[in-house]
Design a protein around this ligand. Structure first.
Ligand SMILES: Nc1ncnc2c1ncn2[C@@H]1O[C@H](COP(=O)(O)OP(=O)(O)OP(=O)(O)O)[C@@H](O)[C@H]1O
Ligand SMILES: [Mg+2]
Length: 455
């Protein structure tokens, strides 16, 4: 299952394969077709409604089509898709339509990307000034990676090498990166969305040339319950402005059912300025394994703030719980006793992921600790760089001027962040989640404090 999308001569077209066709069909109450490749027109961008579509010709002997990409080039519409033969061989094919997808040229097998056995080849193709760029997936025994190739005409390709590698152990994409989807902004920044194997969510990366990429970490997470609680996969960009695109994706629920979903509009320029996630140190990965197995429930319970709370310390001194805290937070040291990071388990996976997204968004307006997410066995933890500092409460008595400067600074930064980020509650999808409003609440609180502290 995979989807590609393109804007072509004023229409929005989708290419849909396998289970995605099933998911779209079942949404309209009809039976699906698990091997077909279809070009559908989006009839409403508000409801993401699509028509029944046109079946694409697939080469004889192809029994499954696991991936496809659609691109518009002047009057022509191009499709690239991977076909699997009964013997399990995967090849990439190319076809062109001169009538907006109604009829297609017989597909040709592309040249230059003759795959080794087992390659995924989930392609994403983008038109550049001097030809085409394609990102595709290949896997070895450790998992999948994204590679890049270049072509002048779309049929003969030249490999340019690896574009996106797997992450370090414990990271969101440690088990591999899959199903890339690349979109360009008006000033030439490329943004890749892809499936991250360990978090089973959508991660992103940014590039100028399409070959060298900077990872941004996960950008869209699974919900705890609902249609995408098990997995978020097959991202597709649908550009709708010079710097914005809707992100469409396939979500899988706990019972294995797929749905076609969207995050809505993504500000690509803002996304591209997000900081790189904190590299995940081995000491932190090891410490999280220790925390998960050795720290008992007494230390993990939400404390009664009127009494001193339990503080966990590992026998080797490398893990020490930080108090006061509502959720369990631990400082981690490396073998030399130097701070290696701070691990915050949060209340559940979603709260760790939400705090990570919040930090990455806030970084445009406010200095935040470098952070990343750690995943193992479906559980997530937020990992931050360790910040040295003095408690603000202590500063109030020792250095009132600095205390006031710090508060004023916090108020200014948070007010800027709130002005730039808050959206009216009526624009929200579903019940309001106040987590993202924390900056506004804190800004008002800090401003009030500053006002009251003035003589
Ligand atoms: N990056 C960091 N570096 C150093 N110390 C930290 C860091 N993050 C948190 N701490 C310490 O851990 C304590 C608990 O952290 P925090 O307040 O973020 O967790 P929490 O109370 O569980 O969550 P929340 O306040 O979001 O409900 C803080 O008071 C602080 O002293
Ligand atoms: Mg706290």
């Amino acid at each position: 299952m995979a989807v590609g999308a393109a804007q072509h001569l004023g229409r929005i077209l989708l290419v849909v394969t396998g289970d995605t066709a099933d998911a779209l069909e079942s949404r309209r109450g009809r039976g699906g077709d698990s091997t077909g490749l279809r070009i559908m027109t989006m009839t409403s961008t508000v409801a993401y409604a699509v028509d029944a579509g046109v079946r694409m010709p697939i080469p004889p002997g192809v029994v499954a089509v696991p991936g496809a990409s659609l691109a518009s080039d002047g009057e022509d519409l191009h499709v690239w898709f991977s076909g699997v033969s009964a013997e399990g061989h995967r090849r990439l094919h190319h076809a062109v339509s001169a009538d907006s997808g109604a009829t297609w040229s017989p597909p040709n097998t592309v040249v230059g990307l003759e795959p080794l056995a087992g390659q995924g080849l989930s392609p994403s193709v983008l038109r550049r000034r001097d030809g085409w760029l394609m990102w595709y997936v290949s896997h070895d025994n450790r998992g999948r990676r994204v590679f890049v190739a270049r072509s002048v005409g779309g049929l003969v390709w030249q490999r340019l090498g690896a574009a996106l590698d797997r992450g370090e152990p414990g990271s969101a994409d440690a088990d591999g990166v899959d199903c890339p989807a690349v979109v360009g902004t008006a000033d030439g920044i490329l943004v890749m969305a892809c499936g991250a194997g360990s978090s089973r969510s959508v991660a992103a990366a940014v590039s100028r040339d399409g070959v060298t990429w900077r990872k941004l970490g996960p950008i869209h997470h699974r919900r705890l319950t609902g249609p995408d609680s098990r997995c978020i996969w097959y991202p597709v960009w649908l550009p709708n402005g010079p710097d914005t695109a809707d992100l469409l994706y396939a979500g899988q629920d706990d019972r294995g059912r797929w749905s076609f979903l969207t995050t809505g509009r993504v500000d690509l320029a803002a996304l591209a300025t997000r900081p790189s996630p904190l590299p995940l140190a081995t000491a932190v990965d090891t410490a999280i394994t220790h925390i998960r197995s050795a720290v008992t429930a007494d230390y993990l319970a939400e404390p009664d703030y009127h009494r001193p709370a339990l503080v966990y310390r590992s026998p080797d001194g490398r893990v020490e719980q930080l108090r006061p805290s509502t959720s369990p937070v631990f400082a981690v040291r490396d073998g030399h006793g130097h701070p290696a990071g701070v691990v915050k388990l949060g209340r559940d996976r979603a709260s760790a992921e939400r705090e990570f997204s919040g930090l990455q968004t806030l970084a445009r307006f406010y200095p935040v600790p470098a952070a990343t997410l750690h995943y193992r066995q479906g559980r997530a933890a937020l990992v931050m760089e360790h910040l040295d500092g003095v408690p603000l409460a202590g500063l109030a008595a020792a250095d009132p001027n600095r205390f006031e400067t710090v508060l004023g600074d916090i108020a200014d930064h948070l007010a800027t962040a709130a002005q730039n980020n808050l959206m009216p509650a009526c624009d929200l999808d579903g019940p309001p989640d106040h987590t993202e409003e924390t900056p506004a609440v804190l800004a008002a609180w800090a401003a009030e404090l500053v006002a009251r502290l003035r003589p």
